[in-house]
Ligand binder design. Structure first.
Ligand SMILES: C[S@@+](CC[C@H](N)C(=O)[O-])C[C@H]1O[C@@H](n2cnc3c(N)ncnc32)[C@H](O)[C@@H]1O
Length: 214
């Protein structure tokens, strides 16, 4: 079996719910508050996977247009099916792009909001930081970067458990997908992407942050 995110597209939501219940979905939905404050009309999603976030964002924001880049055709297919099932009219505002986010050319100052959720953890630190620098240029001034991902809490009691869980997750992803990363990247945010709001779930195992472009 060739390792690819295609392999887990159909089972992704079920596996996630078995391991974490609704927590990852709550973490995703934290980004919706950034859509509310900006009245975002053009959004770029990277590695949105099976489309649970895209579907919800389109339902909640009637003027929103989404470009969604994902390397996995099966993930994009799941997302399209989910959106179509929810309301076929939503598909007119959804543009799936099958591409590697690391190679993609991003238009300058084009999007009101860029969203990455459980996506930066697919990359090594240098790749993730290069990508963030590129994405910064595609966000309009006063636009937002909404981010959610796994993190290791400082609190001692949870530090070990979180490291253990994250190590297991990477192991499972490496068995089934072509993910290269072995640990969470250390992200360096450009000064122009100022932290606006932040929260955590599962005692800090999940971090969500909305950043504003100054
Ligand atoms: C761990 S899943 C996260 C999916 C979803 N964002 C979520 O909240 O669960 C990572 C997603 O990123 C996509 N992906 C991984 N590497 C990528 C790359 N280099 N370019 C574009 N998409 C990529 C995978 O196909 C997958 O859909």
């Amino acid at each position: 079996m060739k390792r690819s995110f295609d392999n887990i597209a159909n089972s992704y939501a079920r596996l996630e719910s078995l391991m974490f219940g609704n927590s990852l979905q709550h973490a995703r939905e934290y980004a919706l508050s950034a859509f509310d404050v900006t009245g975002a009309q053009k959004a770029l999603l990277l590695g949105d996977g099976d489309g649970r976030f895209a579907c919800r964002a389109l339902q909640d924001n009637p003027l929103l247009q989404i470009d969604s880049i994902d390397i996995s055709p099966s993930m994009l297919h799941c997302a399209k099916t989910r959106i179509q099932t929810s309301n076929p009219k939503l598909l007119a505002r959804y543009n799936p792009i099958n591409a590697n986010a690391l190679d993609h050319e991003y238009p300058l100052s084009h999007y009101d909001i860029v969203v990455t959720q459980f996506f930066m953890d697919c990359f090594k630190s240098n790749q993730a930081n290069q990508l963030i620098a590129q994405l910064e240029t595609t966000i309009k001034p006063n636009g937002r970067f909404a981010y959610a991902d796994f993190s290791i809490p400082q609190r001692r009691a949870w530090n070990f458990t979180s490291r253990f869980l994250v190590a297991i997750l990477y192991h499972c992803f490496r068995l089934t997908t072509d993910i290269r990363a072995r640990r969470l990247p250390t992200l360096t945010w450009p000064e122009s992407l100022e932290s606006e709001t932040k929260t955590e779930f599962l005692k800090g195992l999940l971090t969500c942050e909305n950043r504003i472009k100054r």
